[in-house]
Design a protein around this ligand. Structure first.
Ligand SMILES: [Zn+2]
Length: 309
């Protein structure tokens, strides 16, 4: 726990209590407003959902439709391996009815989930990765003692997207059974789109002989598994590369004739640039945390294919 976290939590608890009181006072007024217009949902009627990372908010919006109001904890551009929520976010959490976590071991959730739950014990926690098949990180430097680490980036494959959709449908239907059939229908539509996406990517890759791509941050392992590709990752455990591992990575890039080093927009890319320079290649961004889930996976696939040609 970081210095001062306890004081922040206590302060936030008081603020949450104050907000709940204000909310209770305002409630009848807001509902009166709804009855008059009667057409669209007001913010108070919607289910307030908080997700830990941006991609999960895509699924909640698609499946929950007009019944949900979604906010995200780790904002666009921030790094979920190191992010700490703001006091304002902690306060907002007090009125959330559901929290969707990745559940796959992202540091942000490991550090904060217990505190979130303590702050709002009535909030339902939905595990987006329930029943998923985890993979082990094959980070560079496999000769060292890093074998058993679970790869937390499970959302980055269409197949796991379908699993996330199912899990979120289940959570919403349990919380709000009145709109169960709507959630089921929205999930079905999304599932068809994800199956189409998977088929499309499969087709693009069908004739590729060279199936290796290089990323700086190892976020695309589930994607590589689904499409029978080889992800070569430079970084391990978010740490700077030593000169020795740097040389190993450069050696691997040359072995697989790699000319592109893919970087996540949220991470510093100085070392990635060094690798690119050494192999006479370039760096190129691919986003593991996009809210435009389907188009983003399509674009990533296109970028990987182009780099392997
Ligand atoms: Zn990551």
């Amino acid at each position: 726990m970081r210095t001062g976290t306890k004081q922040i939590i206590n302060g936030v608890k008081a603020a949450v209590a104050a907000c709940v009181m204000l909310f209770a006072v305002n409630l009848p007024v807001l509902y009166a407003g709804t009855k008059q217009d009667g057409t669209s949902k007001t913010e108070t009627e919607k289910i307030r959902v908080v997700t830990s990372i941006v991609p999960l908010s895509f699924f909640v919006k698609q499946i929950g439709g007009e019944h949900v109001d979604v906010t995200v904890m780790v904002p666009p551009g921030a790094n979920p391996h190191t992010y700490d929520p703001t006091p304002g976010q902690m306060v907002a959490l007090g009125s959330a009815r559901m929290f969707v976590k990745a559940g796959s071991g992202i540091e942000f959730e490991l550090d904060w989930m217990k505190k979130f739950k303590a702050l709002n014990p009535r909030m339902v926690v939905c595990d987006a990765s329930r029943d998923y098949r985890s993979r082990t990180m094959q980070e560079h430097g496999g000769d060292e003692h890093l074998h058993g680490r679970i790869d937390p980036h499970f959302w980055l494959s269409p197949r796991n997207g379908i699993l996330i959709a199912n899990n979120i449908e289940h959570c919403l239907a349990t919380l709000d059974p009145q709109h169960k059939s709507e959630y089921a229908e929205n999930r079905r539509i999304l599932e068809v789109r994800l199956e189409e996406l998977s088929g499309e990517i499969m087709q693009k890759l069908a004739r590729m002989k060279n199936r290796a791509f290089m990323v700086f941050h190892p976020a695309w392992g589930y994607f590589a598994d689904e499409f029978n590709l080889k992800q070569i990752a430079a970084e391990k455990e978010g740490k700077e590369l030593t000169p020795k591992t740097m040389q190993q990575v450069i050696g691997q890039a040359k072995k697989y004739d790699i000319k592109v080093v893919f970087v996540s927009p949220a991470f510093s890319s100085l070392q990635a640039e060094t690798i690119a320079r050494e192999i006479g290649g370039v760096i190129q961004p691919v986003d593991p945390l996009s809210g435009d889930y389907i188009d983003n996976l399509r674009q990533a696939a296109e970028a990987f294919v182009a780099s392997m040609q």
